[in-house]
Ligand binder design. Structure first.
Ligand SMILES: [Cu+2]
Length: 148
């Protein structure tokens, strides 16, 4: 009887949580590759309801959205603070670290399908124009967006 009850509890727990994933993105002065000032991972493909936490593993960083999916609010963290967003709209988030935008500290979160590609393609060049060092890093991130 006790075992059966535990199964019911397990079922309710897993179905209500719905396997939403908690992602972690490190904010780093140097990544695992050769790049300095980077989010790691800088591209993630999340699903609706997932949480994404930015971790200030190195100091001097924060994170701010530049493009968000339609219906989603713009978001911004405080310097050197852990910051979590939950993604509840489909589309692509393009974000950056304000102190290091010039050095190409930019990231992309795709949520489900990339249904806001038009808005993204319209706005991304303005952000890219502020990247002085290796803007092709940002291009490579945008190329990872999965389209149908
Ligand atoms: Cu930074």
């Amino acid at each position: 009887m006790l075992f059966k009850g535990m199964l019911v509890v397990w079922f309710i727990f897993t179905s209500s949580v719905g396997f939403a994933k908690d992602w972690q993105i490190q904010m780093l002065n140097y990544g695992s590759g050769t790049e300095g000032m980077t989010f790691e991972p800088a591209f993630i493909h999340a699903q609706l309801g997932d949480s994404i936490t930015f971790v200030p593993s190195h100091s001097g960083h924060n994170v701010q959205s530049y493009v968000v999916p339609e219906g989603e609010s713009q978001w911004k963290s405080a310097l050197d603070q852990t910051y979590t967003i939950q993604v509840n709209q489909e589309g692509v988030h393009l974000y950056y670290c304000p102190p290091h935008l010039m050095m190409g500290m930019v990231g992309v979160i795709q949520v489900g399908d990339a249904i806001n590609l038009d808005a993204l393609q319209q706005k991304a060049p303005r952000l890219r124009s502020k990247v002085a060092l290796k803007p092709e890093r940002m291009d490579a991130l945008l190329e990872q967006i999965v389209t149908q």
